[in-house]
Design a binder for this molecule. Structure first.
Ligand SMILES: Nc1ncnc2c1ncn2[C@@H]1O[C@H](COP(=O)(O)OP(=O)(O)O)[C@@H](O)[C@H]1O
Ligand SMILES: [Mg+2]
Length: 228
């Protein structure tokens, strides 16, 4: 099954002075369970593309199907529901809540409502994910007591709480050193295998892209496979 099917995707950012055609007839197909890296120069439209795949923004043209569902025309409420149920987002800045422990931060998506598991089930899932990301010994820590790499791991665990079919990551290792980046690459690939979750990872990091394998470069509004 295809997890992502994008055809003819166009995005024009309108400002007061100009209309910027950032994506221009872009096509993308990603199979369920696959992991792909997206690279490209700064300003080439990588974040714009992720925002469209995550139903955070509306395309100017073209179609986006995620898990065989057309998401290009969702209402704001439908898009929010789709994100809460089906997607996980990983950012460079994780927006952890400073007053909540690691274990509580991972359970925050539950507060968005429309959640089917009981509090006990959700906590068990959070503990399992924190084990998978190697933070068993940090459950009661507050965000400021963690290293940058550990905070990112909390963000990764939180992104997986809702058992997403698709995880979208925007330059997740942008603030990490080489050793921490290597560990995060290993972790993302492990979760891709163990949880069967499809991943799209935007990165500037050549090591991370190489580890992920299939790499696409965004230039002039389109994606090209990078052949190694
Ligand atoms: N909401 C917006 N309004 C106007 N221009 C935007 C908006 N978002 C992004 N852009 C412009 O679109 C281009 C691509 O941005 P972005 O998708 O953030 O690139 P990348 O993530 O590859 O660095 C940039 O020139 C940026 O300034
Ligand atoms: Mg960006």
């Amino acid at each position: 099954m295809a997890m992502i099917e994008v055809a003819g995707l166009t995005k024009i950012h309108e400002t007061q002075t100009e209309a910027l055609r950032v994506l221009d007839g872009l096509a993308l197909e990603v199979a369920a369970g696959e992991a792909v890296a997206i690279v490209g120069p700064s300003g080439s439209g990588k974040t714009t593309l992720l925002n469209l795949l995550g139903a955070l923004d509306q395309p100017s043209g073209g179609t986006i199907r995620i898990a065989e569902r057309n998401i290009s025309g969702l209402t704001t409420a439908e898009a929010a529901r789709f994100r809460n149920r089906s997607l996980g987002f990983i950012f460079q800045h994780h927006h952890l809540l400073p007053q909540l422990s690691v274990l509580e931060n991972v359970q925050v998506p539950r507060l968005a409502g429309d959640w089917e598991e009981t509090p006990a089930e959700t906590e068990a899932r959070a503990r399992d994910l924190l084990h998978k990301v190697g933070l068993d010994h940090r459950l009661q820590h507050l965000p400021w007591q963690l290293s940058g790499g550990e905070r990112l791991r909390v963000g990764v665990a939180r992104a997986l709480l809702n058992r997403p079919c698709l995880v979208l990551a925007d330059e997740p290792t942008g603030l990490l050193d080489a050793a921490a980046t290597e560990r995060v690459a290993e972790l993302l690939l492990q979760l891709n295998r163990e949880e069967g979750v499809t991943m799209v990872v935007v990165t500037h990091n050549a090591t991370l892209a190489r580890r992920i394998g299939r790499t696409l470069e965004l230039t002039q509004g389109k994606l090209k496979e990078v052949v190694r």
